[in-house]
Design a protein around this ligand. Structure first.
Ligand SMILES: [Zn+2]
Ligand SMILES: [Zn+2]
Length: 116
């Protein structure tokens, strides 16, 4: 079924052609675009699911615990098993997340962490 979607970031959809009425949307008051998708994805990029070592989906801002001692490449930093890392950031990668240690941004392999 043809439907109409807004690509301005508000996620708006309409069954019939119309304008976006999303407050603050980049495309507010602009015509919605025609879409023929049947799965509700509207042809947008698939959402990347980042999972921890147990297969639990990780979300932006989650806290995770290391299940392994990790040496950080190119630094003297050693992350100990059991350390809890707060406020991870998703980077659109299924196997890596970022976090900040002091002022340094580091990448963590999700196979070495579990959500807490
Ligand atoms: Zn919109
Ligand atoms: Zn669609």
């Amino acid at each position: 079924m043809t439907h109409y979607i807004c690509k301005g970031g508000c996620g708006g959809t309409l069954p019939d052609i119309g304008i976006c009425e999303g407050d603050g949307c980049a495309n507010q008051y602009e015509m919605m675009e025609e879409c023929e998708c049947t799965d509700g994805s509207h042809g947008m990029e698939e959402v990347v699911e980042t999972r921890d070592s147990n297969g639990v989906i990780l979300q932006e801002g989650d806290s995770v615990q290391l299940i392994k001692d990790l040496d950080v490449k190119g630094s003297s930093i050693n992350l100990k098993r059991g350390k809890v890392v707060k406020k991870i950031r998703l980077i659109g990668d299924t196997e890596n997340v970022e976090f900040k240690e002091g002022k340094t941004t580091m990448v963590l392999k999700t196979c070495y962490v579990k959500k807490v």
